[in-house]
Design a protein around this ligand. Structure first.
Ligand code: GRF
Length: 218
């Protein structure tokens, strides 16, 4: 059975599109069962609908507090019976309550080499810090913002003359293959979360997998 993926997204949805395109091309053995968002106007929802999928906005302002919104959102997700929830540009904090029950079944893609630059504006912060290298990470979601165990990373150089726009475009170009390769390994059962961290091929991983220029893990 293909891996059933639910996508949570707040914005333009290029990571969602990369997943849809890979499945359509036969390079990812998975099924997207729908997209959910905190924003009605998220382009990600349009992309999901265009692919014939269910796409639903569940807006925080329609609920009394974070816990009530999280509960409604995750009830809706659970009803679709995903094997894996992929946060692909979901820009809201998720409360610890819903996280615990889904440990090891929810991943996030974040545009930095974690644990560096958790949170927002990662590209500008990388430039301000003068780091020679930047990139993206896929990690399991825990209650700590951008703090869960890292599965895999893709690295890019920071080049002279870069601004946040050029750097974010370079990172985004690697985010898509990074997410797809991570999903292939999860779908194949090669990556799992255990209590002591990420396991790859049955062994505790000492360090995150690294995406090579071939778009495969080195
Ligand atoms: C990506 O940079 C992702 O790493 C971050 O939000 C952005 C989402 O981009 N979490 P898109 O909506 O998939 O185009």
């Amino acid at each position: 059975m293909p891996l059933r993926i639910a996508v949570l997204a707040s914005g333009r949805g290029t990571n969602l599109q990369a997943i849809l395109d890979a499945i359509a091309a036969g390079t990812l053995d998975a099924e997207v069962i729908g997209a959910w968002s905190d924003r009605k106007d998220a382009q990600a929802l349009v992309r999901a609908r265009d692919a014939g999928l269910q796409a639903r906005a569940i807006r925080p302002r329609d609920f009394a507090d974070r816990a009530a919104h999280d509960a409604a959102l995750f009830d809706a997700l659970d009803a679709a019976e995903p094997d894996l929830i992929v946060c692909a540009g979901y820009m809201r904090l998720i409360g610890a309550g819903v996280m615990t029950a889904r440990a090891g079944r929810m991943i996030n893609i974040h545009p930095s080499l974690l644990p560096d630059f958790k949170g927002l504006h990662t590209h500008q912060r990388a430039l301000d810090a003068g780091v020679p290298e930047h990139g993206a990470s896929v990690h399991y979601v825990t209650a700590e913002l951008d703090g869960g165990p890292v599965v895999a990373q893709a690295r890019v150089p920071v080049l002279p003359g870069d601004d946040a726009g050029t750097l974010s475009a370079r990172v985004l170009g690697r985010e898509h293959p990074l997410l797809l390769e991570t999903l292939r390994w999860i779908a194949a059962g090669r990556v799992r979360l255990h209590e002591d961290g990420v396991h790859v091929d049955g062994q505790r991983a000492a360090a995150p997998l690294q995406l090579a220029a071939t778009d495969r893990f080195a």
